[in-house]
Design a protein around this ligand. Sequence first.
Ligand code: UGA
Length: 429
Amino acid sequence: MRVSIIGTGYVGLVTGTVLSDIGHSVTCLDINEEKIALLQQGKSPIYEPGLDELLEKNIQEHRLAFTTNVTQAFKDAQFIFIAVGTPQGDDGSANLSFIEQAAKDIAMNVTDDCIVIVKSTVPVGTNDRVEQILRENGLPHIQFNVVSNPEFLREGHAIRDTFYGDRIVIGAELDEVSEEVAVLFQPLNIPIVKTNRRSAEMIKYAANAFLAVKISYINQISNLCEKVGADIHSVADGIGMDSRIGRAFLNAGLGYGGSCFPKDTEALSFLAREHDVSMSIVESAIDANHKQRQIFIQKVLHHFDGNVQGKRIAVLGLAFKPNTDDMRDAPSIDIIRTLVHYGAEVTVFDPVVKVTSMLENISITYASSLEQCVEQAEAALLVTEWPEFVHADWSELTSRMKHSTIFDGRYVLHNSQKNIEPKIITHIN
Ligand code: UGA
């Protein structure tokens, strides 16, 4: 089938690549010429394990193409995916200007009936708005059907999540349209939830907010564990083995960051406020998540009796989580900014993020290796649980440090580093 995708961010790029890999003819459109030029050479502008190989293969086999040309992108398209960003506005609401522009571009350039599939995370009712824009701006004889198909892939696991997702949600107003979209995804053999558009839109927000609540819940439990002498890891295992709860997303630590949970929890709260419905559980999760970073920072400051002036501190990990180069709302930013503000000499190392514009005006040193980062440090802060940090030779690393104090912000070293004797201070135990 012929598929077009608007937007080559994480969602659009991975969806397009996987759809081409299962046999569809896919053209991806983006306004960013630099990005498209890179993609045409089979190179991914984002770090995502396995993506480069899949891109190259499907471009070579002529199932996957990239363009900045709207007419070329929509030529003969049976399905057009909208996978553009919905950034957070100042009031917490989702900014829909890219979605609206994409709908206008489709309306003004498509010359045949087609199904428009909204993959971006959008507030309930947005698919109706997309349909309205298509009708108002498109040629009168063209039939547009709009379908909500929210995305559940995680950065860093995007390819696997798309091939082996738990479910595909198809929100459509007509059964026959829903069926056509199901056929598109059929080769993936993933269970499909068919519903209406508004429910599909809500499923995405409700899922992300639930996971965010789960994380904040386990973080608050971990803070209490610390006070009462319980071990959060055993507690998480103990409750996670209850199949009604599940162990996933019960890893306590610095809390959630990235481009999804922070934005989507705010957008859901905004939507609830608009409709005068209490969303206090999600609001509390947001608040707890902000506080979790502060608790960690306070712990570091307390260790230095409130004075980090001139102290050499190593920060391990910049990306908001392992296996990505994404720095959006990464805990590392708040932690580094605060420490530098109080006069610490901060050296950072991340296996993938070598330098970041997010810390542009902050005076820090970028180390070129983990060893260099911890050299003569008075404390090391493990902020992102990259496997190379978790499984590093910490006896060797601590021998390079001035004081072998490690703040384990992800509670990952206690198991893998049983044989060493540094003073490991997690903020959760
Ligand atoms: C999240 C969802 O997991 C995806 O299903 C969804 O498609 C995506 O948002 C989206 O809306 O596009 P993502 O943000 O890529 O995916 O990353 P996750 O692996 O879900 O992690 C989110 C945050 O939670 C990270 O900061 C991570 O460190 C944190 N986390 C996760 C914890 O603190 N503890 C955990 O146990 C799990």
